[in-house]
Design a protein around this ligand. Structure first.
Ligand SMILES: [Zn+2]
Length: 464
């Protein structure tokens, strides 16, 4: 699945925070519908920033086109095994290499099978139509990809998640995961949370509902995207029994800590890659601090990877980064006194680990009449030019900072808080490791103290 998403992304078919992947699977519980399987889907959703909508076939379903194609593939390979390559001077590339039939430690039969299946001249593949041109043109499957899964590439095989518990809507059996045929993971829900309902429905009302924007600050269960939908065509049939339910998938007692840490580290690395692709010099980014706040900074370089574990002592306090880790340099934005959400630029430099970047491109609005003015309380003159006569040096400096201040939008602020909530789901001992990262050196100052440098307020839920 990861390979498929990677391939789609490389081909430009997968768009972060936009695309939804529809995935069809037969009812094999152990692989696709167990808690661990669902959990891994939530991981993929967060890594690739796409929704994955899995529809599970009913047990004992009829064979579909994919089953037919798989049967063809099996027959093709069986035939190939009977016709290995010969050293008779003829072109043998459409035959199976003889070494593949011998076995041995360094040989991979699967790789040879893939080579043959992907041969463009393969006769019974989907490439050829012959007299069945019409059926060929109407085929549902237009592309087939084969890949070899090496045992060494299998990740997280020690992961065992706890059975998912559902609300008891109805008494009796068949209310567990085994009775649910539609699983949706969503980067907005975050790692470890999935939306699940009984039967997939593709009516207009259901489709439109899934397009509703996420409401920052609203708990997942109350999100309009997943609320009870009486407009659904199937409503009269299910009468509430097909509502989306947001479930949390918890780790089982047998899952070692290291395995969970591995999962979280993998997601964080992937998030760092996504952030890196969005960073541009002079843009504004938001970075999380260890005390659940965030600060803003202006990017002054492009992201780069650190070589060797390093303690960057030129910053105060020093910043610890690991070998190969993505980092980026920037200059702090400081919170303006008595003006929530307003920031002014400084020349204080820092380096940030991209795993801690919450947003890479925040739009800041300068002071502008009539709708983006400094708050009344601390700033009687709500926009420049300020009256500078008779002002003390300290106040003059404040006014100069105010002139250069810009404001973060309510939407961006809420989105950053929402991203912080999702990152907390990935919080194992990251906090310990980042304690000396120096990213929290902008402590919140007591408001009202005129000598204070900063009034960072990023953790408040609302901006005025
Ligand atoms: Zn529907």
């Amino acid at each position: 699945m990861r390979n498929v998403l990677q391939n789609l992304r490389e081909r430009g078919l997968l768009h972060e925070n936009v695309s939804a992947v529809y995935d069809n699977t037969d009812g094999c519980c152990s692989q696709y519908r167990c808690a661990t399987g669902v959990f891994l889907l939530t991981v993929l959703s967060s890594m690739f920033k796409v929704c994955i909508n899995r529809q599970v076939h009913a047990p004992g379903h009829g064979k579909d086109e994919v089953d037919g194609l798989n049967a063809t593939t099996k027959r093709f390979l069986c035939e190939k095994m009977a016709t290995t390559q010969k050293d008779d001077g003829r072109d043998n590339t459409n035959r199976m290499a003889d070494w593949a039939m011998e076995g041995g430690a360094e040989k991979c039969l699967s790789a040879e099978a893939v080579r043959l299946l992907e041969n463009p001249e393969r006769k019974d593949g989907v490439e050829s139509a012959g007299k069945y041109q019409k059926r060929f043109d109407n085929r549902a499957v237009t592309e087939r990809h084969y890949h070899v899964l090496k045992a060494s590439d299998v990740q997280f095989d020690n992961l065992k998640m706890e059975t998912i518990k559902f609300k008891n809507v109805r008494k009796g059996k068949h209310n567990g995961l085994g009775a649910r045929y539609n699983i949706r993971t969503d980067p907005d829900l975050g790692v470890g949370f999935a939306a699940i309902r009984r039967i997939p429905c593709a009516c207009d009302a259901c489709f439109d509902q899934l397009k509703i924007s996420w409401e920052p600050g609203t708990v997942p269960n109350e999100q309009p995207r997943y609320k009870q939908n009486k407009e659904c065509e199937l409503w009269p049939v299910f009468d509430g029994h097909n509502d989306w339910e947001i479930v949390e998938i918890r780790r089982g007692v047998d899952t070692p800590d290291e395995e969970m840490e591995d999962v979280y580290a993998t997601v964080l690395e992937s998030i760092a890659d996504v952030m890196a692709s969005e960073i541009e010099q002079q843009k504004i980014g938001a970075v999380s601090t260890v005390d659940d706040k965030y600060y803003l900074l202006k990017w002054t370089t492009l992201p780069y990877r650190i070589e060797g574990d390093k303690l960057l002592t030129e910053y105060d306090p020093p910043i610890h980064v690991k070998d190969g880790e993505l980092v980026c340099e920037g200059e702090y934005l400081e919170g303006l006194l008595r003006a929530k959400g307003w920031y002014y630029p400084t020349t204080i430099k820092t380096v940030v680990r991209l795993q801690q970047v919450l947003a890479a491109d925040i739009l800041m609005s300068p002071i502008k009449s009539p709708d983006n003015l400094l708050p009344r309380g601390g700033w009687p003159q709500r926009e420049p030019p300020f009256d500078l006569t008779g002002k003390k040096a300290e106040r003059l400096a404040q006014l100069q900072r105010a002139e250069r201040s810009t404001k973060i939008s309510v939407a961006d602020h809420s989105e950053i808080l929402e991203e912080m909530r999702r990152r907390q789901l990935l919080d194992y001992d990251e906090a310990e490791e980042t304690e000396d990262d120096g990213e929290d050196d902008e402590e919140v100052s007591t408001s009202g103290d005129d000598n204070s440098q900063s009034e960072s307020d990023s953790s408040d839920d609302d901006l005025p």
